[in-house]
Design a protein around this ligand. Structure first.
Ligand code: IFM
Length: 482
């Protein structure tokens, strides 16, 4: 773990030609049309319709109605100067039972979206899985079961057959840590289970599913077209509260179950020994079969990193009460198996509306660390952004200087990492639109574009106009530079 680098930034912050200037979304958060054209419930439909799971009972039934308004949304992307757009496919829209033949109407939606993007000169970046498992597959055991990984590879092949002639950028999973540990560990995400062993089994089958899906994609995608295959990991930049041996061990444990549980199998072909030891009281990991980690380790063209805030930890002293605010929601069940004696702290200083600390230096450190660990593997920032309490002016406009300042600081960190030799190929702002923020419902707004949830009207915020200038010019100007 290195401390933040405080060297002065280079004066002109130009990003190279070809750098991806994007924004990201996910199917359940924006599409709506939950029961249209053959789509069946995903675990998030079930979860959001279960009383008490999501803030004020909000659901993604309508969300921001992107399913019907995607043309208007692509026009907005053009207005924002984006040259790439990251979206996810709703599995139960294209394969309602999670197995068997695809529904053409569901695939047609993504075909039309991709065509609209390409016509606007915007490169599609497709994520196969952003947390919305078909409910039927959860009923059959969900990610803790091996068969889900096999189904995922079949689904990957279906989507590749449908749009592989037009889409070159593919991501298998988004933030599998959240799927495994918030979904099956702390239960604050769908499907809301609270079983640490199920969470570890889910993690393994997500790793396996990733590897099987990469293989399926390579087999189905047209030969002779350059393809960029990746996975999006929310890598945790973990920092110790003090330099004590106990606090450094807390960092090691969270790094193991937060980061290396994915990086190990996917990039090195093995689980870290210390992770297996930390969790040995829970499981012997016999659900890992011979050859699984070799399958998980498929050659990738890029590693996609989602970053929002660092994680500050310490060891819990014997007999002391354990502070539990890890920024991932309220639950008496921990999403960190093998780290029972680790406490999470709120770093002092500025925070976003999620309560997450603002620390762009930690993004720099993370990029340097990952690139040193995996030289030759280009990186892309597949998500970064912030929720704030936006205020709507009398004319309907939103002036959001905090969001622009957050993005500016993080782009500076990316630029500095690039100047110091890190190969970063692009930046995707989270998110294009205000949307369904999972257990927080519509209460937290991450969008560059405001959505009025009564009328579904879209209004670019002032941060979006500034981001558009940066994206168009490739020059990082300060948000107040006009
Ligand atoms: O909204 C989420 C997104 O779905 C996954 N990454 C973090 C974002 C903000 O919480």
């Amino acid at each position: 773990m290195t401390a933040s680098d405080t060297r002065p930034l280079t004066a002109v912050r130009s990003f190279p030609p070809g750098f991806l200037w994007g924004a990201a979304t996910a199917a359940y958060q924006i599409e709506g049309a939950a029961a249209e054209d053959g789509r069946t419930p995903s675990i998030w439909d079930t979860f959001s319709h279960t009383p008490g799971r999501v803030f004020e009972g909000h659901t993604g039934d309508v969300a921001v109605d992107h399913y019907h308004r995607f043309r208007e949304d692509v026009a907005l992307m053009s207005e924002l100067g984006l040259n790439s757009y990251r979206f996810s496919v709703s599995w139960s829209r294209v394969q309602p039972t999670g197995r068997g033949p695809a529904v053409q109407k569901g695939l047609d939606f993504y075909r039309a979206l991709v065509d609209e993007l390409l016509a606007a000169g915007i490169e599609p970046a497709l994520t196969l899985y952003h947390w919305d498992l078909p409910q039927e597959l959860e009923d059959a055991g969900g990610w803790p079961e091996r068969s889900t990984a096999e189904r995922f590879a079949e689904y990957a092949g279906i989507v590749a057959d449908a749009v592989g002639d037009r889409v070159s950028r593919w991501t298998t999973l988004n933030e599998p840590w959240c799927s495994a540990f918030l979904g099956y560990g702390s239960g604050v995400h769908a499907p809301g289970r609270t079983d640490p062993v199920a969470a570890l089994r889910a993690a393994h089958h997500l790793n396996l599913g990733h590897g099987l899906a990469v293989r399926a994609l390579r087999a189905a995608l047209p030969a002779g077209r350059p393809q960029q295959l990746s996975v999006s990991l929310n890598l945790h930049e973990v920092r110790p509260l003090t330099g004590s041996a106990g606090d450094l061990d807390a960092v090691r444990r969270i790094d193991a179950v937060g980061n290396r549980i994915w990086l190990g199998p996917m990039l090195e072909g093995a689980y870290p020994e210390d992770l297996l030891a930390d969790t040995a009281h829970l499981t012997d990991w016999s659900f890992v079969r011979d050859g699984d980690t070799a399958t998980a380790k498929q050659p990738l063209d890029l590693l996609a990193v989602n970053y929002y805030a660092p994680t500050l930890v310490s060891e819990v002293a014997e007999g002391a009460e354990k502070p539990q605010d890890d920024g991932h929601g309220d639950s008496e069940h921990s999403p960190w198996p093998g780290a029972d004696r680790v406490a999470f702290h709120r770093a002092p200083g500025e925070r976003t509306a999620m309560g997450w600390p603002v620390d762009a230096g930690a993004l720099y450190d993370l990029l340097k660390r990952v690139s040193a660990a995996y030289p030759g593997l280009p990186l892309v920032i597949s998500e970064n952004g912030a929720a704030y309490e936006d205020v709507v002016g009398p004319d309907g406009s939103v002036h959001d200087p905090e969001r622009a300042a957050y993005v500016h600081a993080h782009l500076e960190a990316v630029h500095r990492a690039m100047a110091d030799g890190v190969d970063v190929r692009g930046y995707f702002l989270w998110s294009l639109l205000d949307n369904f923020e999972w257990a927080y419902g519509y209460a937290k707004r991450f969008g560059a574009v405001r959505v009025d949830y009564d009328t579904l009207e879209r209004t670019p915020k002032s941060s979006a106009r500034w981001y558009a200038r940066v994206a168009r010019s490739g020059e990082l100007t300060a948000p107040d530079a006009g």
